[in-house]
Design a protein around this ligand. Structure first.
Ligand SMILES: [Fe+2]
Length: 348
């Protein structure tokens, strides 16, 4: 695959060029086009329009005869002012409804196609998850920064220790896979401290558990799969989209599918709500960090070998942005192909 070729070339032939690219990262400077964004939970879109935004580009969403519609203008006002090139003659955007979300296409409408919609294996294609598994949080930081933070999951041991457990364990391995449109990080932990939330609400009595966590980012859609397998314990099946409402504000309409957890187990209801606490903890780090990337900085952006996933995420994003600057908006890899095997998910 083209993306892989690019990687091997850059890493093996020129580590200095790779490091220079990692350090040239300006998350606010990257605006990728031709992507589906999960703009709203399906339940939030009704007959009356709601307003969303991608990089401040307005997206009004509503339903006509039950079918989701997305437009640049409020339907009551019609076409007013100057229309962008992102909508058709009537000011409408390509729109799809899948996995319990209304997705809007940001980019050239002629290039919109269902096969560019990310594969999310553990969300029901037709939606319908109960509302207690869905929620919305916001970050005062650029979306790529939020995702870079997420894909370095070692941060969770420190920042979210009181929810998902601390850094104590016998062994840890991190593996990273990618193509030109996605990056996937697999973290395996041996005998890790049990997540406090599982001890308190999940009925886990042991002191340690075996953990396998996967973060898979769909680069253009700024959307992540966060899949955790815990033994003993229940699997955590989170969809973590980071819609860039503006260059430094991110909207996260999340879905945590806990229907795999027994109905008698309170973890089924508590775990999705933990997102509100966890997102505040993340925000305490990324919100002050975000503006520091907005002006030139002479200090070095330092990394450790454990940052492999984050560094590769940066370079893949920069690569996509460079291709788009040259007028190349094509998808070289298929994001809608079922990724169950890649993330290690088997349907119950
Ligand atoms: Fe976090």
């Amino acid at each position: 695959m083209a993306g892989q070729f690019f990687w091997h070339e850059l890493i093996t032939s020129d580590p200095k060029a790779f490091a220079a690219k990692v350090n040239s990262w300006v998350p606010h400077g990257i605006v990728l086009k031709d992507a589906w964004f999960p703009l709203a939970h399906s339940f939030a879109v009704e007959r009356e329009p709601v307003r969303r935004a991608v990089y401040s580009q307005p997206f009004f969403l509503w339903r006509e005869h039950g079918v989701a519609v997305a437009a640049e203008f409020h339907p009551a006002e019609g076409l007013t002012g100057t229309k962008s090139a992102f909508s058709d003659a009537a000011g409408r955007y390509p729109v799809l409804e899948k996995y319990g979300y209304v997705w809007g296409w940001f980019g050239n409408p002629a290039n919109a196609a269902p096969e560019h919609l990310p594969s999310l294996p553990y969300l029901p294609e037709g939606g319908g998850l109960p509302k207690h598994m869905l929620g919305t949080v916001r970050f005062d930081c650029s979306a790529p920064l939020s995702l870079e933070n997420l894909i370095d999951l070692t941060h969770a041991d420190f920042l979210h220790a009181d929810v998902v457990g601390d850094e104590k364990m016998d062994k840890e391995t991190v593996e990273v896979f990618h193509d030109s449109e996605t990056i996937t990080m697999v973290r395996t932990c041996v005998n890790k401290s049990v997540a406090p939330i599982m001890k308190r609400f999940g009925g886990v009595k042991a002191d340690v558990q075996q953990v396998r966590q996967v973060i898979r980012i769909y680069l253009r859609s700024h959307a992540a799969i966060a899949y955790g397998r815990f033994s003993p314990g229940d699997n955590v099946q989170l969809f973590h989209p980071c819609v860039p409402e503006t260059r430094d504000r991110t909207r996260l309409d999340y879905a945590m599918n806990t229907s795999n957890v027994k109905k008698s187990n309170i973890f089924r209801y508590m775990m999705p709500k933990a997102s509100y606490k966890v997102s505040r903890q993340d925000s305490s780090m990324t919100s002050p960090q975000s503006p520091r990337y907005m002006r030139p900085e002479t200090r070095k952006d330092l990394h450790s070998p454990l940052d492999e996933a984050g560094q590769k995420y940066r370079v893949l994003m920069i690569d996509l942005a460079e291709r788009q600057a040259r007028g190349d908006f094509a998808y070289r890899d298929n994001v809608s192909a079922d990724c169950s095997e890649i993330i290690g998910y088997t349907k119950a």
